[in-house]
Design a protein around this ligand. Sequence first.
Ligand code: A2P
Length: 349
Amino acid sequence: MGQDSLVVAVVGATGAVGREMLKTLEQRNFPATRVRALASARSAGSVVPYMDGELTVEELTTDSFKGTDLALFSAGGSTSEKFAPYAVNAGCVVVDNSSAWRMDERCPLVVPEVNPHALERHKGIIANPNCSTIQMLVVLKPLHDAAGIKRVVVSTYQAVSGTGQKAIDELDRQVRQMFNMQEPEVSVYPYRIAFNCLPQIDVFLDNDYTKEEMKMVNETVKILEDPTVRVTATTVRVPVFYGHSESINIETAKKLTAAEARAVLSKAPGVVVYDNPSLKYYPMAIDAAGEDEVFVGRIREDETIDNGLNLWVVADNIRKGAALNAVQIAELLVEKNLLSVKEPDLFLR
Ligand code: A2P
């Protein structure tokens, strides 16, 4: 490689997150000498916007990565599972947005504001955490450092864009159908999402939690490198296009007043405190959409326990929850000179 030549591929470039990755690379002047757009055979030959022009989409194959230094994957778990090992085998470092590699011990799971040091031990694949986990931990890490978080109770209100372009289209279509007195078509989710809330994100597991809920539990422990932090989650899909909201209750070892928590968070990287009840200032999905920061408000002491706080946390799930976090990881890889693979066949074995 060498910083004078840096070829970057976006895998899943036609999707909601892939398009945002291209936009984010452009907006942040990522030092790529060439950017490639990859997707399935269905969209090979089509174009996606990039800079002042467009990129022609190439079909993703196991041979796609020769001469490519870095690949940002957002094409679903099965695609990452199959193709990321071939990318690494071609000497290409992968930042993967799916859940395929997140709990693999060989793969660091990174939120740049929280655990950038984990990147140093990457072996070719770096996992981008779940969108809901990312925004929660950007806010909880500084509070954990200040007061020691013992327990987290989180409920999410997640936008449909987290499911991808098809779900964005489904909410849009259902709303139109209902205003036209037609029966709404249901295909992406198990039930109608328009004017409804679905307390199911991803599939149910043996313990009756959903996979999304257990991602928040397990990813938090891996990222904080602290198994003493106990997390319980309820994840809910709501009829919002962009922006996940979270109600978070924490119990800490040390007392932190609401004012102290506000002071800690106002200095935290990537966090904006937007919290003034008398002026009705609190974060909302409509304001967070399109923004890079994680917004926190409604900061209150939990009056039912000695050391507890309630928080309301909102972020753009496609940006900080996915594309931006991946590009920030890529920036750190460049900055720390970590774009190399020592054991190319590690993930093919
Ligand atoms: P395609 O448009 O060719 O289907 P979203 O999350 O918005 O649904 O987007 C998913 C992205 O992943 C799209 O770019 C999609 O490409 C891509 N994708 C899905 N399956 C594959 C696959 N088997 N190989 C390559 N890209 C895939």
